[in-house]
Ligand binder design. Structure first.
Ligand code: ABN
Length: 184
């Protein structure tokens, strides 16, 4: 039995030595590299989530997607809400452009540019908050077209625009059309 094991040992050692002398470390690395490159082309590529870009492209009032009903004045994708961050006053006892009773319109506001698919024009929209009552809590929209991160002062919309009113308590947000954007 021992002789058989010695024989297998010897045979294995000879084979391993022969293989080692005919294969350099460099050629082994080349083989591994080739396998990796081939794998990159043949293995399935994981899908990318591009929904945020699609959302950004579609919420600038680009028009309703095919097969979808026209957005209502209480829907976030209604064209003039392209840059809202807050509760729609049209769901809170007011309208798209007026504050609900018992609240007052903010003295400062965020202004966005939204595309109206009905006439093909771009409009300046002032997003004034309504102040003096606790948060409405209905129809929260966060479309925020053109918004930039908080460290870019002046171009950030996650702000309580009631800050300059007698009451800084935020209730909802209106979308008041203030002009047509100039082209060019
Ligand atoms: N402009 C709406 C809002 C109110 C309070 C805090 C953030 C955003």
């Amino acid at each position: 039995m021992k002789r058989l094991l010695d024989f297998i040992d010897e045979l294995t050692e000879r084979r391993v030595r022969a293989l080692a002398s005919s294969t350099s470390r460099r050629s082994a690395l080349v083989k591994v590299g080739k396998l990796m490159v081939a794998g990159a082309f043949t293995l399935p590529v994981l899908p990318f989530d591009r929904t945020s870009q699609a959302h950004a492209a579609g919420t600038h009032g680009g028009g309703k997607p095919a097969g979808k009903a026209e957005p209502k004045v209480t829907d976030c994708d209604y064209w003039r809400y392209c840059s809202v961050d807050g509760f729609l006053c049209s769901c809170c006892g007011g309208s798209a452009a007026t504050c609900p009773p018992g609240t007052s319109i903010s003295k400062v506001a965020w202004v966005g540019t939204c595309h109206n698919p009905a006439d093909g024009k771009d409009y300046l929209v002032s997003y004034n908050d309504c102040c003096g009552k606790t948060s409405c809590g209905r129809c929260f929209c966060n479309t925020n077209y053109g918004d930039r991160p908080g460290y870019r002062m002046g171009v950030h919309n996650d702000v309580n625009w009631c800050m300059a009113n007698d009451s800084s308590v935020y209730h909802c947000t209106t979308s008041v059309i203030v002009g047509v954007a100039e082209s060019g």
